[in-house]
Design a protein around this ligand. Structure first.
Ligand SMILES: [Zn+2]
Length: 109
């Protein structure tokens, strides 16, 4: 009986860690909380609000987002214009060579 309860508590801790990690929260902290509280800790992890700043930092690190060179806000990597300041991101696209960017500027694009 004690062994089964320990397995349930460990599963709750592991699930809470996964949920917290997906929300940008401390996976170790929520795993510890769920290990102490059991299923209640799992519910707390499920109801916790996502840490948007951490999720943005992760997206910047993995390349899903990039910073606008003008306003420094995080925008999608594929965006052609910044949604915050309207900066033309085509001029800063990494796939474009320096010569292509200069040619576009001279052509008035
Ligand atoms: Zn911008």
């Amino acid at each position: 009986m004690i062994l089964e309860a320990l397995v349930v508590w460990l599963v709750c801790a592991f699930a809470a860690a996964l949920i917290a990690s997906a929300k940008g929260r401390s996976s170790c902290g929520f795993a510890f909380l769920a290990f102490i509280l059991g299923p209640l800790g799992l519910i707390v992890a499920a109801l916790a609000s996502p840490d948007q700043e951490e999720l943005t930092r992760r997206s910047l690190r993995n390349g899903t987002l990039r910073k606008c060179p003008r306003c420094a806000e995080a925008i999608k990597r594929e965006a052609l214009a910044c949604r915050f300041c309207g900066c033309d991101m085509a001029l800063f696209h990494e796939e474009r060579t320096w010569l292509e960017r200069v040619a576009d500027r001279l052509a008035g694009i």
